[in-house]
Each structure stands twice: as C-alpha cells, then as structure tokens.
Design a protein around this ligand. Structure first.
Ligand code: SF4
Length: 385
C-alpha cells in the first residue's frame, strides 16, 4: 500500500480497466489489499508483481510471496437499462461496494475542495449527474448477484443544506432496504443538526462514516478548506460522538489519512476517536502526480507503529472491530492486529468465518433490524423524509 508494485511485463487480463485505482490483491492469510500500480511513485517501488503460470507472486528479487489477484467483477462491463455502465455507478473494494448516486461536491464550485480529493467528484452539472433510484437498484442487484459482497456504501460529497445529504440519499436507502437483504453504510459529511443522524439510522443505515481525515487543527484547515469553513472540526467531533451513541458499537467510523500529518498527530487522533467510541480507519495517502501534500518520509518503520497503536486503542476501548473490515483500499483495526502478532487463529478465526458466511450475514442483518426498531422512537417516520 505504501510503495506499490511494478508490473513485470505482465499481460494480466484481470487488471484491464483498473487504471488509477490500483490492483486488488489477496495476501497470504486472506487479507485484501489495494496496491498502487500506476502512480508516479510506483516506479521506485522495490516490489514487482509477476505471473507464474496461472498464479501470481510479489517479489523484491530476494524473496517471493504468492498472492491472488481479485478479478474485475463481471458486472463492471454490463449496463443499466438506461445504458449506464455499472462500473460508473459502483466500485468494489474487497467485501464492499461504494455507490456514489451523485458524483458532485459543492466545494469544487468555490475552489475549496479537499486538496487530496481522489474520487470522481466534480462541481459541475449537479442535477444531470444524479443516477436514478432505479439505476442504483439495478446496480445493487448486480453487485449482490456477483456474490461475496454484502455491504453497500452510499457515498455523497458536500452540498449546501443542514441535512448533510441525507434527504437526497433517503429514497435510495429506503428502496435498497425494501428490495435487498444487505447492509448499508453512509459515507457523508456531518449534518449541521444531530437529529439528521437519528434519521440516518432510522432510514436503515447500519453504519455511518464522517471522515475527519486530519486530526491536527491547522493541517485540517489548510488541507480541507471546504470542510473547515462549511462544517468545522468541532462539528465533526460533536456529530461523531452523537452518532456513536445512536449506532451500534463499532459501526461509526472516521478516516484519518496516514501521510498528511505527523504520525504522532495521527496517533492522537486515534486516541481521541476511540475514546468517543468511533473506529478510526487509516488509509495511506497516495500522492497524485507532482503532489506536494505528502509529509515525508513515510516508511514501513514509521507507519507500522501507527497501525499497532490503532489496534490496541480500539481493543482497549472495547470497540467492535467486526463491522469495519475487509476493505482493500484501507487498513482497518483488525488488520493492525496481525502486525501486533496477537489474536491469530482460534476463536477469532471461527468468528471471522461466521461473519463471512451467509448465516452470519443474515444474523447480523436481523440483529441490526431489531436493534433499529428498539432504538428509533422518533415520532417522525422515516417515510416522512
Ligand atoms: S468533501 Fe472533499 S473529499 Fe469529499 S468529494 Fe468533496 S472535495 Fe472530495
């Protein structure tokens, strides 16, 4: 994730079409990881991905590790009835798929977008860009028929208004919950008022992510000018704390990008977030061409202690690690466990397998539905939204 892999004159058919988003690889032990392959910094990587017969391996020319490559989902090449490629609407990252019904963010209009923004968001043509509920339902159907995927992330950028985009997402959530047996996570910017967080839960979200991205106040303001101006770090913290009191343990998360602030500051962020019941998720910053944002030097020696700290802080605060996991593009607390050498095999393995099984998913889904019915006491029905 840090250095990327160079492709050794490979004719790797499954990689076609992955430009700019890396390669999804399964490491020994079953950990999914998205590895940069065509960013500028990859040319200095000591690692090479090579094909060996029908198999693949990563080598630094001294040692070699067998890996598996995740093929591109078959639905990527298909289209909705209206002619939109499913791969334009959804992207798969390990066991979850991200759907962006409106690839639009108001921050771009005023040149206050986050300086690292890597999504397919823009500030042009708001209405024309939105995919219809039917198009999204067709996409979810294709995702779930592919198998192995059970969490749908609905992602939205910033838009004016106090609801944080939840009003826009409401019909999508309602229809997905009505037609499919799957879990939904909402990735959004925090709404201005807490009652929208209750509504997000009441509508059927099983998990919510408000990504602070950078814990240090000054760097947050410099790198995320739109977030700082329109929402503010304080509001992020209040919203995350409130959400952790509404959603089940371990389902409220926030990204802290490793590499955009000093490691000590990331660790302070980990301590703070876990202290209020939030799961920190630590993606590694991938500089774009000529990107000047990276805090150098970023090496394995620097970042491994951060991931160990992440696992231990989440464990110490008794936060459930089983909801936010198996995401190829980021490192989750449970993967930090592997770096500490703790908790391998045994009961954890059985638990892992349970949650990956159909029965486990059904049970998780049933429990989440029951909990929501008990928790939602608001006189306002979700249907009113
Ligand atoms: S909030 Fe920031 S990261 Fe998210 S879409 Fe807008 S500019 Fe990009």
């Amino acid at each position: 994730m840090l250095r990327g892999v160079r492709l050794e004159a490979l004719d790797i058919e499954p990689l076609a079409g992955r430009a700019g988003v890396g390669i999804d690889i399964i490491l020994p032990g079953g950990t999914p990881v998205n590895v940069p392959s065509d960013e500028e910094f990859v040319k200095d990587s000591p690692y090479i991905l090579r094909k060996k017969g029908d198999a693949y391996a990563i080598t630094d020319l001294k040692k070699e590790v067998a890996v598996r490559i995740v093929p591109i989902p078959s639905f990527y090449g298909r289209k909705t009835k209206t002619g939109v490629l499913f791969s334009d609407i959804a992207k798969v990252h390990g066991s979850y798929a991200v759907i962006t019904p409106l690839p639009y963010c108001d921050f771009f209009k005023n040149n206050i977008e986050c300086r690292y923004c890597a999504g397919n968001f823009s500030g042009a043509g708001k209405k024309e860009k939105a995919y219809s509920v039917d198009e999204v339902l067709e996409t979810v159907d294709a995702i779930l028929k592919e198998g192995g995927l059970n969490i749908i992330y609905l992602s939205i950028g910033f838009s004016e208004g106090e609801d944080g985009g939840i009003l826009f997402l409401a019909p999508y959530m309602r229809e997905i919950k009505k037609h499919f047996n799957c879990l939904i996570a909402v990735e959004a910017l925090p709404p201005k008022k807490n009652h929208w967080i209750d509504d997000t839960y009441a509508l059927g979200a099983d998990s919510v992510l408000y990504n602070l991205e950078i814990f240090d106040q000054e760097l947050f303001e410099a790198i995320c000018p739109g977030r700082a101006k329109s929402i503010g770090r304080g509001r992020y913290i209040i919203a995350l704390k409130y959400a952790a009191g509404v959603f089940p343990n371990g389902t409220v998360a926030s990204h802290l990008i490793v590499g955009l602030e000093p490691p000590g500051s990331t660790c302070m962020g980990i301590d703070f977030l876990t202290g209020i019941g939030v799961v920190p998720i630590l993606p590694i910053y991938r500089p774009k061409k000529g990107g000047a944002l990276r805090i150098e030097p970023l090496t394995g020696e620097v970042i491994i202690p951060i991931y160990k700290h992440l696992y231990r802080a989440v464990k110490k605060n008794n936060i459930n690690m089983n909801w936010v996991r198996d995401i190829s593009s980021i490192t989750t607390p449970i993967e930090g466990r592997l770096l500490t050498g703790e908790g391998q095999g045994g009961i954890n393995l059985i638990f892992d397998q349970f949650y990956k099984s159909r029965l486990g998913l059904k049970t998780a889904w049933g429990l989440s539905t029951l909990r929501r019915k008990l928790r939602v006491k608001s006189p306002k029905e979700p249907e009113d939204l």
